[in-house]
Design a protein around this ligand. Structure first.
Ligand code: SF4
Length: 289
């Protein structure tokens, strides 16, 4: 935002209570003591108070430095470290400490690794699963640019309960918001994963408020359905750092409800559409709506 641009006032429905309470502190202590990275913190997620107070957090594996520089995201860009081989065991301790039944794992983009980091996803799942076989995993993966078929092949050895990859926005805004990515490439990953794992639900997420039109959003939802994606979250983009893209519009809760109904009409069977919906928000919920 330029100096002369007036700061947008947050509408009342986007005010969130401050985090508090014993369960929040317990989650925070376990995460800190085990040196676990979370996307909740790195993306300045507005739901951290609520999710951590429910004893749930989304872990960010493969470091906290991303090889891309998406303008909607506040995760740092640079040259990442090699995968930390102690990470799977630390995640396992976290799962034990929090008594998790559902764990969402995501990562930064690792374009520096030949497999895009897929092998480390597999190792994390397998180590946690060996200790707590009852846990359901949801993975929110990068687009595995340049190694999609290898990555999908690797992940067959650690099949999650839900496979997620976010298109994030409509294709016309990729240059502005997600310059290192390609919309078709993201759809292709979901299609490849669905073809390979037909019984695994595919999930994606889209943010509103970056400048997309309704027609573009509807087309994106139809595109997602056409590659076999069944689960969807739609949420408000909120500028996570000073350097990130400005918000173009605050979409009303009523409009989110409308999109939720539209998504069901288009054929999704699990939808959370709300201002604070994020990919991992209430991910463990069996049914929505
Ligand atoms: S919505 Fe996801 S990223 Fe945000 S606090 Fe909850 S678990 Fe973390």
């Amino acid at each position: 935002m330029s100096e002369s641009t007036p700061k947008r006032r947050l509408p009342p429905w986007l005010k969130r209570p401050l985090p508090a309470g014993g369960i929040y502190n317990n989650t925070s202590d376990i995460v800190k003591n085990l040196n676990i990275q979370t996307i909740c913190t790195h993306a300045n997620c507005p739901n951290q108070g609520q999710c951590w107070s429910r004893g749930t957090a989304t872990v960010l594996i493969l470091g906290n430095i991303c090889t891309r520089n998406c303008k909607f995201c506040s995760v740092a860009t640079g040259k990442p470290q090699p995968p930390d081989l102690t990470e799977p065991a630390r995640l396992s301790q976290m799962a034990e400490g929090l008594g998790l039944k559902y764990l969402v794992i995501t990562s930064v983009n690792r374009d520096d690794l030949a497999d895009g980091g897929a092998g480390h996803f597999r190792d994390c799942i397998n180590v946690v699963r060996s200790k707590r076989p009852e846990i359901k995993f949801e993975i929110l993966t990068p687009d595995f640019r340049g190694c999609q078929s290898e990555a999908v092949e690797i992940l067959k050895d650690a099949l999650p309960f839900v496979f997620a990859h976010n298109v994030e926005t409509v294709p016309s805004l990729y240059k502005k918001a997600r310059s290192g990515a390609d919309y078709r490439q993201s759809l292709n990953l979901l299609k490849m994963a669905k073809d390979k794992f037909p019984d695994t639900p595919m999930k994606s997420s889209i943010m509103l408020g970056i400048g997309e039109t309704d027609d573009e959003v509807e087309q994106a939802l139809r595109d997602l359905r056409s590659v076999g994606c069944e689960r969807l979250t739609i949420g408000q983009y909120l500028k996570p750092s000073k350097e990130s893209l400005d918000v173009v519009e605050y979409v009303t809760p009523e409009k989110f409800d409308w999109w939720g109904k539209k998504a069901i009409e288009i054929g999704f069977n699990w939808v959370i559409s709300a201002p604070f919906a994020r990919s991992s928000y209430f991910a463990e919920q069996e049914n929505t709506g």
